[in-house]
Design a protein around this ligand. Structure first.
Ligand code: ZN
Length: 211
């Protein structure tokens, strides 16, 4: 994680922020979202959750911008689900840059996004969250991750880290990809990125005075 270096084309650009930080970011505006994204948002009843989804989609555009060098609103985000063969849900990508891998995540006022050269997956959760129950985790998590978490002093944080790693790998679509995992204590966030490329975590999402 090289926070002070400018992003490079052979690195993944990743970011974690609060929803409030993204919504206040001067380079970002909900008007950047496509009509189909707004239609999806209209179906979300809980305002806080709608804000999280808007923020994740905006942060994805910011990461894409830092990766491609183009403006955040220059990217057309699409989603395609190969199972239903339908657009507007499923794995995100950029219509104008199909080989760029992008990913986003949102959870309870936190958002994360990543863009890079090839498949990438990101997940964020509040650090206080405790995934469970065990019966579900046993089904979902690799045996080795589960064992390591349970035998650790406080299994809660270990299980959460195992969970975000799993989610990041799933979104990247590749078991066996290298994982970068980190805690953001200022935002109470635990995040993981799965990618074959090195990852630069974007500094400076915070807007002065917004927190
Ligand atoms: Zn589907």
């Amino acid at each position: 994680m090289s926070a002070d270096l400018p992003p490079r084309r052979d690195h993944v650009v990743a970011a974690v922020a609060t929803t409030a930080e993204v919504l206040a970011h001067q380079e970002l505006d909900a008007d950047m979202l496509a009509p189909w994204e707004h239609r999806r948002l209209d179906r979300i009843r809980v305002p806080a959750r709608r804000d999280d989804v808007v923020a994740a989609r905006l942060l994805l555009r910011l990461c894409a911008s830092r990766f491609t060098g183009r403006a955040p609103d220059a990217h057309e985000l699409i989603q395609f689900c190969p199972e239903c063969e339908r657009y507007e849900h499923g794995r995100p990508s950029l219509r104008d840059s199909p080989r760029t891998g992008v990913s986003m995540s949102h959870a309870h006022g936190l958002v994360a996004a990543a863009a890079g050269p090839g498949p990438v997956g990101i997940d964020v959760e509040p650090s206080t969250r405790r995934p469970g129950p065990m019966s579900v985790l046993r089904r979902m998590l690799p045996e080795v991750d589960l064992e390591a978490a349970v035998v650790s002093q406080d299994p809660g944080p270990g299980l959460l880290r195992a969970w975000v790693r799993r989610e990041a790998l799933l979104k990247a679509g590749g078991a066996g990809l290298p994982l970068l995992e980190w805690e953001d204590p200022g935002r109470d966030a635990t995040a993981a990125v799965a990618s074959a490329a090195p990852v630069d975590v974007l500094p400076g999402i915070a807007v002065p005075g917004s927190r």
